[in-house]
Design a protein around this ligand. Structure first.
Ligand SMILES: Nc1ncnc2c1ncn2[C@@H]1O[C@H](COP(=O)(O)OP(=O)(O)O)[C@@H](O)[C@H]1O
Ligand SMILES: [Mg+2]
Length: 329
């Protein structure tokens, strides 16, 4: 099937603070196509998690979607009541978090948690739901799935819990899976297993994945398309190959330079100087200008919009201000 499944349009999410309403996500627009993995990347504090919480309807009380739309199959989730949102959550959109212990219930057995959605949303009998849950646990690589149904989260290792979270998400066969830093808390070998598993799930079930990560190694392995965020905005968007071959925004370029390379011997790893600005204290002009190695006079005065760099490739940078006129590479 072609076409897009989830569309975020001009989304602005704010937190109410003593200084008034401060945006965490400041007017972002992107589309997730069917069967695609879209990566949201950027340093800590850029608004990635707030984006996912907005989509799931899980913002804390002092957070709100100020403007914009979140369209799932054409329906705007922002207009949902809490009851409607509960139907979407875990059912049409599932989410896995960095620390699975925060989303697993410590007092319920794995089996009870795995079958809850099936019995509630799909009205399955206990027996049928158990069968489905065991199938999902086997799919994520637990040979003794049946016994595992009776166990509790604390009896499992971190990697096993994350696999249970994936099984739990997949048992519902959701349209969209949101994975927010799914491997960040895991050690390297387990990380590779989890990524492999997510790829398998995507292929077997044709799920669309929104993958949130600060790790460009993970992006290179998993993503079809990449959205780079900085200070609540999109600063670059491109297909994964294009982004790695032709990073265009100086921020993306800096992020890529900061990834350790096997080919080149590096004595000291590059890092972008400075830090992400506070959303309550943004610089005038381009938000990245104070840290940018290619900063120009006008960057300090005006905010650049997203300019087209190439086919399906955009960057929020005055370097690309001249209109794109087809392939010159
Ligand atoms: N619960 C919250 N209350 C107030 N501000 C928040 C809250 N969660 C996140 N923020 C702010 O929103 C911005 C984006 O955070 P977040 O989306 O968590 O970043 P990341 O890209 O690391 O996931 C940050 O400036 C952060 O301080
Ligand atoms: Mg985050």
């Amino acid at each position: 099937m072609s076409g897009w499944i989830l569309e975020v349009k001009n989304l602005r999410t704010e937190f109410l603070t003593e200084d008034g309403a401060i945006p965490a996500v400041d007017g972002i627009t992107w589309r997730l196509n069917r069967g695609e993995t879209l990566a949201l990347v950027g340093e800590s504090g850029c608004g990635k998690s707030v984006t996912s919480l907005s989509i799931m309807g899980l913002l804390p009380e002092h957070g709100r979607i100020a403007t914009g739309e979140i369209l799932l199959g054409g329906k705007d989730l922002c207009k949902n009541s809490e009851t409607e949102w509960m139907k979407v959550r875990g059912n049409e959109i599932a989410m896995i978090f960095q620390e699975p212990m925060t989303s697993l219930n410590p007092v319920l057995s794995i089996g009870e948690q795995m079958t809850e959605g099936l019995r509630k949303h799909r009205k399955m009998s206990r027996q049928k739901a158990d069968q489905e849950a065991i199938k999902a646990l086997e799919l994520v690589g637990f040979p003794r799935a049946k016994e595992m149904m009776k166990e509790y989260p604390h009896q499992l290792s971190g990697g096993m819990r994350q696999r249970v979270m994936i099984a739990m998400a997949m048992v519902m066969n959701p349209k969209v899976l949101i994975a927010d830093e799914p491997t960040t808390a895991l050690d390297v070998t387990i990380q590779a297993q989890i990524l492999e598993l997510m790829r398998k799930v995507k292929e077997d079930l044709e799920t669309s994945i929104l993958l949130i990560t600060h790790d460009l190694g993970v992006v290179a392995e998993m993503a079809d398309r990449v959205v780079v965020m900085y200070a609540g905005q999109i600063v670059e968007e491109a297909d994964v190959k294009e982004l790695f071959l032709h990073p265009s925004h100086p921020y993306t370029d800096g992020l890529l330079k900061a990834v350790p390379s096997l080919e080149e011997e590096q004595t000291r790893l590059y890092s972008i100087s400075g830090t992400v600005p506070l959303m309550s204290d943004l610089p005038t002009g381009c938000r990245f200008a104070p840290r940018c190695q290619r900063v120009m006079e006008k960057c300090l005065q005006a905010e650049p919009k997203l300019f087209q760099v190439h086919e399906n490739h955009y960057a929020r940078c005055f370097l690309y201000e001249n209109p794109f006129e087809g392939d010159k590479r």
